[in-house]
Design a protein around this ligand. Structure first.
Ligand SMILES: Cc1cc2nc3c(=O)[nH]c(=O)nc-3n(C[C@H](O)[C@H](O)[C@H](O)COP(=O)(O)O)c2cc1C
Length: 330
């Protein structure tokens, strides 16, 4: 996100106070670039925006109008239009430079940015003049606030589903998922994870022979991925902190989120014969075959046995958060 940050600026508001980046922190800032406040359009836009000031404040957002005019002119404008929103003078286009916003000239769009409370530019928008400008602005703010306050949708919708479509998966999609795993963090960037992708029907059949009976459902998956790692390939610190399993687990976690995002299931299992499978897949003796994952598109739950079908269609269960979290101080 670092390249999306607002550039450094130091400007004056209509009261003559200096406004710079830290002043925008802690709240969302919806920034409207008014091209020429003497003309009707921008004045209308300002009055419209001013009308949603209360609603924006409820969302922890401030409304900022950036103009080229000097602070004094802006102060007159505040009085004339009874404005409560922030007015910032940006004669050189310091903020506008952020996203190539044109401060001069008029077209039929209102150019705006939404900056989040942490200083990143979240949305660059061109709102048509003909539409309800303020309602659109509010919607853009609401969307960002909502997405920041909710869990990542791919994490929420991921499940260890078992019903697979048998349809083949192209290697580009498989690679995308592997790339997500390979972006996981690891102790001193050791990257202990190793993956073996099995996607040819004749190879899959040979792997199937090593799955536990309860994992019969994996035989429909068009791709299986084995994840292995070796203790010596990652940090081994005092107090038995051997990080290879942890690092590989994180990579697998990232892969599951990425797979879910593109509508696939990635289901890791522990139920297989590790010795036979290591031999078949030519995994070094000293390595641990941590998991085998089934990858594919969701299929028909009727392909599952009764117990698994019931789980497939049921709500997810988790212990209460309080059972696993303790706040050190109340
Ligand atoms: C390390 C590990 C091993 C697992 N082994 C199996 C397995 O052998 N067979 C199976 O059907 N599911 C297996 N699962 C899936 C879990 O049963 C499932 O993740 C858990 O019940 C939580 O459900 P959810 O992932 O849908 O939230 C395994 C999951 C993990 C992370």
């Amino acid at each position: 996100m670092s390249e999306d940050r607002l550039p450094k600026f130091s400007l004056l508001n209509d009261a003559g106070d200096t406004i710079s980046n830290p002043d925008l922190r802690g709240t969302y800032s919806f920034i409207y670039f008014a091209p020429d406040i003497d003309s009707e359009g921008p004045r209308e836009a300002l009055s419209d925006l001013n009308g949603i000031l209360g609603k924006a404040e409820d969302l922890r957002a401030r409304l900022v109008c950036v103009c080229q005019e000097d602070p004094q002119t802006l102060s007159q404008l505040r009085e004339e239009l009874s404005l409560g929103l922030d007015l910032v003078s940006d004669p050189e286009g310091e903020i506008a430079a952020a996203e190539d916003v044109k401060l001069e000239g008029r077209d039929f769009y209102r150019q705006c940015l939404l900056v989040d409370p942490w200083g990143s530019v979240r949305t660059v928008c061109m709102i048509p003049e003909t539409e309800d400008f303020a309602d659109n602005a509010l919607m853009i703010i609401e969307e960002a606030v909502y997405s920041d306050q909710s869990l990542n949708p791919a994490i929420v919708s991921r499940r260890a589903y078992r019903a697979f479509e048998e349809e083949k998966i192209d290697r580009e999609s498989i690679t995308l998922i592997l790339e997500a795993g390979h972006l996981a963090p690891s102790c001193m960037n050791k990257q202990p994870w190793r993956f073996i992708v099995i996607d040819k029907p004749e190879d899959l059949k040979r792997v199937h022979e090593h799955l536990s009976d309860g994992n019969y459902w994996m035989k429909r998956a068009p791709v299986l991925i084995a994840a292995h790692a070796t203790k010596g390939d990652d940090c081994t610190l005092n107090d038995r902190r051997n990080y290879y399993l942890f690092g590989t687990g994180m990579a697998v976690g990232f892969m599951m989120v990425q797979a879910t995002r593109i509508g696939m299931i990635l289901h890791p299992v522990a139920g297989y014969d590790p010795i036979g499978l290591k031999k078949l897949l030519d995994i070094p003796e000293e390595a641990v075959l941590i998991t085998v994952m089934a990858l594919g598109y969701p299929g028909d739950p009727d392909t599952l046995g009764e117990k698994h079908k019931r789980i497939e269609l049921s709500e997810r269960t988790r212990n209460p958060l309080e059972q696993v979290v303790r706040w050190f101080s109340e």
